[in-house]
Each structure stands twice: as structure tokens, then as C-alpha cells.
Write a protein that binds this ligand. Structure first.
Ligand code: PMP
Length: 337
């Protein structure tokens, strides 16, 4: 395959066809070995349950090029476990962790030319997914499934360094109390397209979802998790059965406690008590850490640290996290593959 001609400095977060992707088929009760294929199109039945009933789920994780040329995957076992939970929730066969890790490894090694260089701020984003396929009409689980992993080089989220973004509280709900909010399934994202567009049309980065039962507690920030730093220096992130349990969120809980020496709390975050926080941010694989400048809630606009400057704790968390991901800072045991 010809070497790609990519300008690493202008990469954003958009699809680019890379050389090879992993594809495995589940039939008659088992996954096959899987293959690497150059074909980036799937040939599936028009009756596939993924198309009509949203029987599908996905993951997102990144591979980072280190200073010494080696390649880091950041906590891929966490993504494997979350994919297993998403599959189970949608009645799909799960992918054993070793098989998931092996597919990710194969895809990274087969597309090394697409891995952004060390220091570019970019990474190779991996998109594993499972879909229900095969002839079907009624609302049933599919007779067959596909598991695939493809990859796309993505750029630094912030071209000009860490910049705060403003968000608006949504009047739409993202997840029902016993629904699929904690699973990474396409339906959640289809439902977020309209609220996301409305937020961006109003000049905000994305919207903030409240808990659907009482509309008083913050759940998520677009497709990222919320965190705040209180006046007395505690790291706080919402506890709720309907948020997506993010790998970044979990990592920051641990880094805030172990590396920054902060108290950490998973608890309710009330949208009418934002002044308890001196800094706030959105965290996720794509968002990394996005400082939240302010939050618009109805006709009230609450500014945290600043609309233009990053707060000191957010900065330290960002440096620690991105340092670990790119291999410059020693990682807690088992975090890097
Ligand atoms: N919440 C939602 C709704 C998301 O889509 C994501 C991105 N996967 C996150 C939170 C953050 O999760 P992670 O840190 O694992 O990327």
C-alpha cells in the first residue's frame, strides 16, 4: 500500500480511509477467527437488526506514538469490558477481552503509517463496533453479528492549546433511568444529534444533559463526562446509573487522588449549585479534557474559572493524563498496552 500523504498539523476528527480493518463474523453460536480486509464497505442484509432496531454498539480508544517510537494503547481492557456490557444490554454475543485486544493490536500494526508522529498532538483513533446482521423482520435479536475495528488518524482536539468551551443545558433527555444511557449504543447518539445541533446553532460547544427524572442534576456534557473542582479542591464527577462510565473519567478519578492528592467524590451535581465549583471540564477519549468556560441554563449563565483561561487543576490533570498516554509520564500499573 502506498504511504499516505497526510498533513499531521491540520488533522481534525473526521473519517479518513486507512489501509486495513479487522472483521469477524458470528454465526452458529461462535465468532470466526476474523481477517484484516482492505474493503471499507460492509455487505449486509437489508433486514439487519442494526439498521431497523438499532442493535449495535461501539467503542472509541486511541493509540499514541511515544518519543521512542513505540505505540501505546491507553487502558484498552476498559473499552473491552464496556463493549461486553453494551453487547449484553442489547442481547448481542460478547467479544472476549483477549480477542478485542488482539483485533486492536492487529489494526494498529497494519496501519502504522497512519499513526500521527510523537509531539504532533494527534493519535490513531480506533473504532470497534458490533452490529446485528442477517435476514430479519420482527423485533428480535439478529441471527448473525459482525465485529469490526477500523482506525482513523485524528488531530489534537485543541489546535491552539487548551481552550475553554461554553455549554448549554438541554431541554431534551439523553437517557432514561433504566434505559441504555450506560451503554455505548448508537440509539443514544442518534437522539443526541438534534440537541447537539441546536446547541451549536446557539454558539455553544454542545449541550449538557440533566438527569431525566428530576432535571436537577448534571449527567453528561455532550459525548463526554462532567467533572468539577470545588472551592476546597475536591474532584467531583456525577454518580448516576444513566451516564456512560467513561474511561477518561475513571482515569481522572484515580489521577486526581493518587497523583494530585485531591479528595475525589462521585456524587450528585446540582445544576443550580454550580458556584460550588471553581473549575469544571468535560472529559472523554475524543474531548480529552475540555475546560468548561461557562454553562447557560435558561436565562442564567454561570462562568467557572474563566471563559478564556484554563484553571490550574484542570491544567495539571491534562498534563498528567496526556503525559501518560504519550509515554512521557509513568503510567499506573496495567494502564498501557
Ligand atoms: N459520555 C458519553 C455519552 C460518551 O460518548 C463518551 C465517549 N465515549 C464519554 C462519556 C467519555 O467516555 P470515554 O472517556 O471512555 O471516552
Amino acid at each position: 500500500m502506498s504511504r499516505p500523504n497526510i498533513d499531521w498539523t491540520t488533522l481534525g476528527f473526521s473519517y479518513l480511509r486507512t489501509d486495513l480493518r479487522f472483521l469477524s463474523h458470528w454465526r452458529d453460536g461462535a465468532w470466526d477467527e476474523g481477517v484484516l480486509t482492505g474493503d471499507n464497505c460492509l455487505h449486509i442484509s437489508e433486514g439487519s437488526a442494526a439498521l431497523h432496531y438499532g442493535q449495535q454498539c461501539f467503542e472509541g480508544l486511541k493509540a499514541y506514538r511515544c518519543r521512542d517510537g513505540s505505540v501505546n494503547l491507553f487502558r484498552p481492557d476498559r473499552n473491552a469490558a464496556r463493549l461486553q456490557r453494551s453487547c449484553a444490554r442489547l442481547l448481542m454475543p460478547t467479544i472476549p477481552t483477549e480477542r478485542f485486544l488482539d483485533a486492536c493490536r492487529q489494526v494498529v500494526l497494519a496501519n502504522l503509517d497512519y499513526l500521527p508522529p510523537y509531539g504532533s498532538g494527534g493519535a490513531l483513533y480506533l473504532r470497534p463496533f458490533v452490529i446485528g446482521v442477517g435476514d430479519n423482520l420482527g423485533v428480535h435479536s439478529a441471527p448473525e453479528f459482525l465485529f469490526s475495528v477500523f482506525c482513523v488518524p485524528v488531530g489534537a482536539y485543541f489546535k491552539g492549546g487548551l481552550t475553554p468551551t461554553n455549554f448549554v443545558v438541554s431541554r431534551y433527555d439523553r437517557a432514561a433511568p433504566n434505559g441504555t444511557g450506560a451503554a455505548k449504543v448508537g440509539g443514544n447518539y442518534a437522539a443526541s444529534l438534534l440537541p447537539g445541533r441546536e446547541a451549536r446553532e446557539r454558539g455553544f460547544g454542545d449541550c449538557i444533559y440533566l438527569d431525566p427524572e428530576t432535571h436537577t442534576r448534571i449527567e453528561e456534557v455532550g459525548s463526554a463526562n462532567f467533572f468539577g473542582i470545588t472551592r476546597d479542591g475536591h474532584f467531583v464527577t456525577p454518580r448516576s446509573p444513566s451516564i456512560l462510565p467513561g474511561v477518561t473519567r475513571d482515569s481522572l478519578l484515580s489521577l486526581a487522588r493518587e497523583r494530585l492528592g485531591l479528595e475525589v467524590e462521585e456524587r450528585d451535581v446540582f445544576v443550580d449549585r454550580l458556584d460550588e465549583f471553581v473549575e469544571a471540564g468535560a472529559c472523554g477519549t475524543a474531548a480529552v479534557i475540555t475546560p468548561i468556560g461557562g454553562i447557560q441554563n435558561g436565562d442564567r449563565f454561570h462562568v467557572f474559572h474563566s471563559e478564556t483561561e484554563v484553571g490550574p487543576v484542570t491544567r495539571r490533570l491534562y498534563d498528567e493524563l496526556t503525559g501518560i498516554q504519550s509515554g512521557d509520564v509513568e503510567a499506573p500499573g496495567g494502564w498501557i498496552v
